[in-house]
Design a protein around this ligand. Sequence first.
Ligand code: ATP
Ligand code: MG
Length: 566
Amino acid sequence: MNTETPSLPERGDFIRGIVAADLREGRHQTIVTRFPPEPNGYLHIGHAQSICLNFGIAREFGGRCHLRFDDTNPTKEEQEYVDAIEGDVRWLGFDWGKHLYHASDYFEQLYGWAVDLIKAGKAYVDDLTADEIREYRGTLTEPGRNSPWRERSVEESLDLLERMRAGEFPDGARVLRARIDMAAGNVHLRDPVLYRILHAEHPRTGGEWCVYPTYDFAHGQSDAIEGITHSICTLEFKDHQPLYDWLIDNLPVPSRPRQYEFARLNLTHTVLSKRVLLRVVNEGYVRGWDDPRMPTLSGLRRRGFPAEGIRDFVAMAGVARADKVLEVEMLEHAVRNVLNRTAPRRFAVLDPLKVVVENYPRGQVEEMEVPNNPEDPSAGSRRVPFTRELWIERDDFMEEPPRKFFRLAPGREVRLRAAYFVTCREIVKDAAGRVVELRCTYDPATRGGDASDGRRPKATLHWVSAAHAVPAEVRLYDYLFRSPYPGADGHDLFEDLNPDSETVLQGCVVEPSLAGLPAGETVQFERLGYFCPDPDSAPGALAFNRTLTLKDTWAKLRAQGRHDTA
Ligand code: ATP
Ligand code: MG
């Protein structure tokens, strides 16, 4: 578990401004926030922003943050999601301590408050169907109409609610509604539904309940029970705020939380709707919720993104008041920044071409000392075996090199990194004319990669000793959605799925030290990119995921002034 604090200072956003002022002006002694996921899917990069904001504020202002499962819809919620969510929040570097809660912990209390509302004439049982309720609700420009059941007596509503709870009625037969104002300008105040009948097993309360509170009825009251001071949510709840406040004002709740809204995080080439992600998984477009192409935290982790890079990205993104779409390259940039500093360098050849060093003694093995990170001497070095037969990258050789190709070619000398200079003497081809082997010679005076006469080849190649090479599968990843704005203009966003989002390479070779690398540890394959072993990887059947290439396109976008930051 990673419990480091974010490595970039958080920007003083408007929510932190509100929190700081509330403390300064004595409106609160202690700040209490919460992260309230519904366990109906895996957490994604958008949730990471909410997690960093809620837990971050609690940490920075000496308060606390609760993890609360918003489990009011048993038909869509599963224990698998609960477990994944807890694991992901911890992985991201945050801890709720003993403050783990569930909206379902409060079902009895919420029901009691529903009864209080009826008794106060502020709620009634309605027999309209869901469609009728929608029809009676009116529109943004037209007021709604009162339900014919709106004036039913307190006694009758109390009796019906009790019988709803007792299981006398089928799903959808009746609901409990607040009695507010069917002509209110805000449609959420037009007698919102507080309870519905749902004969469904709940992962926590089992068969105890067949009426469940709606989000609106559960959320603010759960906040009040837990003493949440700042209930921070995304903009789609802004219109719910008057209802949030109405319920707090009209119920004997133990504290007075306030809701604040910020803009959802969106990324190009990415869809962050759980409904869509569930379809992507269920229809088999990916290997699962944690597929390396998924924007889920478990997918990004499997892909090799460090938690620190995600936290840095969230800090860079800031907290906005209005919706916008950030470039996914910005996330990649933040991750590269971390990996460039922390990922050890290793040798791997994805498309191997054999090199035979003719004048190197047969059977000899030299352990070459190779630095683990040229940017960080404290990362030390490792020994990599060098022998007479090596693998190099096929595209590091050209028989007829164009003007700007400086790598290996007939008669040309290059440096093999941390080893020797070699010169290509002869090309061996198969019957089809394909190059299958290069016969080279080496200069023994260049051991370690430097010549005493000061000559410097224009190219340095990575390599793997053929006798020591470990075979591996390597999976290259590209965006799951080809289009930067999937489904823009209302077309089916599944048409934007990238058919080439995964390319599996067989027959790659890696240096021996990579055989034992644990899943999720990201290294740099020199000159190729960042890679990590997939959880599928096993001794004798290594599999690596490409986390990212080395090229930082965000820096370029920024230079062109095309970026979009908070
Ligand atoms: P759904 O896709 O089912 O509407 P959701 O993505 O809103 O769900 P929740 O489990 O309700 O998921 O979200 C938990 C918290 O995370 C909420 O407070 C929500 O506002 C926040 N959140 C969700 N998506 C984003 C996002 N893209 N950016 C920032 N915060 C988000
Ligand atoms: Mg939601």
